[in-house]
Design a protein. Structure first.
Length: 231
């Protein structure tokens, strides 16, 4: 079984090396071959130099963009070249624990799912440093649940593991963080079998480098409205 791990990077010199080491150390209950697809959005803080250390690894593919095209664009490009049966997303900071991959894969395989989400709030855990962030995610999640008959608790989670054959069918258009909501909508529209499990998550503050902001929230709302109009 092959797993494709897509890592989107922009100015994460403080965390990227530790994150990649964690990804390489993940132990799976299934026999796994994996590929790591790193897409750097023209980092300017020295991140590129750190990533280049891993260039000789045969299971790591690195793409250096000439400009910052956005997280969504990186995910779209990563999906195009992914060769795994399953695709999982990973941010370049240390908020998401890569060892979650094993639990996601176990749940996906045992329950014959099309996708499994790692929910940060599945067990009513406090995951957000900023209350407004969590409230907006819950608000957008509830909209998607209502119109697409889904039962998501956390559509904005980065840890989504999805069948490659499913993702490659989607004509994704979001170039920003809104891609999380677009994927969730398309899974709902297609009536794919999706479930969630709780995951380990370690939120960071804006002073520590957190990047999502009010503009991303508005873009996410817009993408939801676009699909509702399409319906």
């Amino acid at each position: 079984m092959k797993l494709s791990i897509i890592i989107c990077v922009f100015n994460e010199i403080k965390t990227i090396e530790d994150l990649l080491k964690k990804v390489l150390k993940v132990r799976y209950d299934y026999k796994i071959n994996y590929e790591i697809i790193i897409i750097d959005n023209n980092s300017t803080d020295g991140t590129k130099k750190v990533i280049s250390k891993f260039q000789d690894s045969e299971n790591i593919k690195i793409i250096f963009n000439r400009k910052n095209y956005g997280k969504g664009n990186s995910i779209i490009e990563g999906i195009k070249i992914a060769r795994g049966k399953y695709i999982v997303f990973q941010d370049a900071d240390l908020e998401y624990e890569p060892q979650n991959f094993n639990n996601l894969l176990n749940h996906l395989e045992k329950n014959k799912l099309d996708a499994v989400y790692g929910s940060r709030i599945k067990n009513n855990e406090k995951y957000a440093l900023y209350t407004i962030n969590k409230k907006f995610v819950v608000f957008l999640t509830n909209i998607i649940n209502f119109f697409y008959n889904m039962n998501y608790t956390d559509t904005a989670t980065n840890h989504k593991m999805i069948k490659s054959s499913v993702l490659k069918k989607f004509n994704l258009i979001s170039k920003s963080f809104a891609i999380d909501f677009e994927i969730s909508i398309l899974l709902g529209k297609g009536k794919y079998k999706v479930d969630e499990i709780p995951i380990n998550y370690f939120p960071r503050s804006y002073s520590q480098g957190k990047k999502i902001n009010i503009i991303d929230a508005l873009k996410s709302l817009i993408i939801i409205l676009i699909y509702l109009i399409k319906n």
